[in-house]
Design a protein around this ligand. Structure first.
Ligand SMILES: *[C@@H]1O[C@H](CO)[C@@H](O)[C@H](O)[C@H]1NC(C)=O
Ligand SMILES: *[C@@H]1O[C@H](CO)[C@@H](O)[C@H](O)[C@H]1NC(C)=O
Ligand SMILES: *[C@@H]1O[C@H](CO)[C@@H](O)[C@H](O)[C@H]1NC(C)=O
Ligand SMILES: *[C@@H]1O[C@H](CO)[C@@H](O)[C@H](O)[C@H]1NC(C)=O
Length: 341
């Protein structure tokens, strides 16, 4: 009798212990799984892209969307909404979807250069109210090319909850510097929240000189936001305010000497292997540059899989691809390897 009781207690204990060990391992397993999952998640980016009705009409905005803007985790094009579309009224903006999302600050009656800052401020307020939980907010024009993959890799270890910004650094006009709007620049969640909270109370809490990139940087600096460094470990720029070929050849970049935080370098030292933003890119240029980077990325991955040849993407090869694609587009044979490199 006693013996049987002892046996059943023993069985009960063994079964309980097994269940406990099983559950413990399960929970440990799922915790560690979540850990890797979170470590793999790249930072999320919301893109705000300025455009206008004519560029919508000629499909320039759509092409920007197709080349890179769709790779943002979310986005809005900012524009006067074309007449043929029927927008929905939201607080501060009108919004419509026609192949891509666009918003128009409600106060805007016509597209003009006079109210560029307010146009941005009211659009930012809408994004602040509707989409407050992105890690980073990228602001650019529709004549920029942005490589979202390189942007996310760059931002991976950057402090999103600090008020900080990254872009091409100018050392003039704004104390502690501002970023060129041309290639675009990125605000941390901390920086975006800080200034939007202030503007939400009173739009005049941020300056309005009419030059939006200056004003946004100035406002962030006014509330102790830092200007981050974005050049790579070799001092090459990731954000190009003067376009790809002008930067490479040094054409039209002399004026940057007194204005940029770092003097421009021409030739292969001009630009980083991990480019992020490039100004003055028309649709063809942007497409060609995107192909140059992304096909190189894919080709090197295939080479690695086939031969274990782990070669990095280089600016030199980006440029070679870019120039060769130009020949391919225009049925020419202009590329002179000896002359260029
Ligand atoms: C793991 O992540 C999933 C989905 O995000 C969540 O439902 C689950 O509770 C998480 N598990 C643990 C142990 O945190
Ligand atoms: C713009 O793209 C649409 C297709 O989405 C096409 O029907 C139209 O002809 C294009 N317009 C121009 C000006 O290229
Ligand atoms: C700029 O916006 C204000 C309203 O905030 C408006 O009164 C003014 O007419 C606008 N100026 C231009 C040039 O559109
Ligand atoms: C290519 O460039 C080199 C160096 O500038 C020059 O000597 C050569 O003549 C060029 N070749 C052609 C075919 O233009």
């Amino acid at each position: 009798m006693l013996n049987r009781r002892f046996q059943s207690i023993l069985y009960f204990s063994i079964i309980s212990l097994s269940i406990y060990i099983f559950l413990y391992n399960q929970s440990k397993h799922s915790i560690s799984k979540n850990y890797t999952k979170q470590a793999d998640v790249k930072p999320s980016v919301f893109c705000l892209i300025k455009t206008h009705p004519n560029n919508i009409k000629i499909n320039k905005s759509l092409i920007v969307y197709k080349i890179w803007a769709h790779k943002c985790d979310n986005y809005r094009f900012i524009t006067l909404i074309p007449n043929n579309l029927e927008p929905i009224k939201k607080k501060d903006v009108l919004e419509v979807y026609d192949q891509f999302y666009m918003i128009q600050p409600s106060f805007m009656q016509a597209e003009s250069h006079g109210n560029l800052t307010l146009k941005m401020y009211y659009s930012m307020l809408y994004v602040y109210r509707s989409f407050p939980s992105y890690d980073w907010y990228y602001i650019s024009d529709d004549d920029a090319y942005v490589n979202i993959k390189n942007l996310k890799t760059f931002l991976k270890d950057k402090p999103k909850y600090e008020s900080i910004t990254y872009g091409y650094n100018f050392k003039i006009i704004v104390k502690d510097g501002y970023h060129s709007g041309g290639p675009g620049y990125v605000l941390s969640n901390g920086a975006f929240m800080t200034i939007c909270k202030k503007m939400d109370k009173n739009i005049n809490n941020c300056p309005n000189s009419g030059i939006d990139d200056v004003d946004i940087s100035q406002c962030i600096r006014n509330y102790n936001g830092k200007m981050g460094q974005s050049r790579d470990e070799l001092g090459r720029e990731r954000f190009l305010p003067m376009g790809l070929m002008d930067t490479f050849t040094g054409r039209n970049t002399d004026w940057l000497k007194g204005y940029g935080e770092h003097p421009p370098q021409k030739g292969l030292n001009c630009c980083s292997d991990s480019l992020i933003g490039v100004h003055y890119m028309n649709s063809r240029d942007a497409f060609r540059l995107d192909l140059s980077i992304e096909t190189q990325r894919n080709n090197l991955k295939l080479y690695d899989e086939m031969f274990g040849l782990s070669k990095p993407i280089t600016f030199k090869n980006i440029l070679k691809n870019y120039l060769l694609l130009q020949d391919l587009e225009s049925d020419t044979n202009d590329f002179n390897f000896t002359g260029n490199f």
